[in-house]
Design a protein around this ligand. Sequence first.
Ligand SMILES: [Zn+2]
Length: 109
Amino acid sequence: MMEIVQNTTSGLITSNYYSKTITLKEEREAYILVPKHRLSLFPSLGQLFTLKTINKERIVKIEAIKCNCDGTETFHEHFLIRWTGLSEGDHIVIEQNVATPRQYKMVID
Ligand SMILES: [Zn+2]
């Protein structure tokens, strides 16, 4: 996999893939968290896309959930992709298929 990193004038670093390590909360609640600043890699909220691993393929979407995990009374939003079968400590890489923008592949290791 080739890493494409661009430094824009705003100083933001963007790349064509999203990688993270799965937390216990993500394992238990069966989702992959996507931080707000990485949403641009994916179709808009609620738009369906295909996520494919080596042995399964599912139609998924970015969902927003309301949350007050910071302990305040003010709710904020988290963005996530529902996905079962991940374990805490799994490292995932989600990469968009450049030729087919609604298709993403996920490597888990
Ligand atoms: Zn929260």
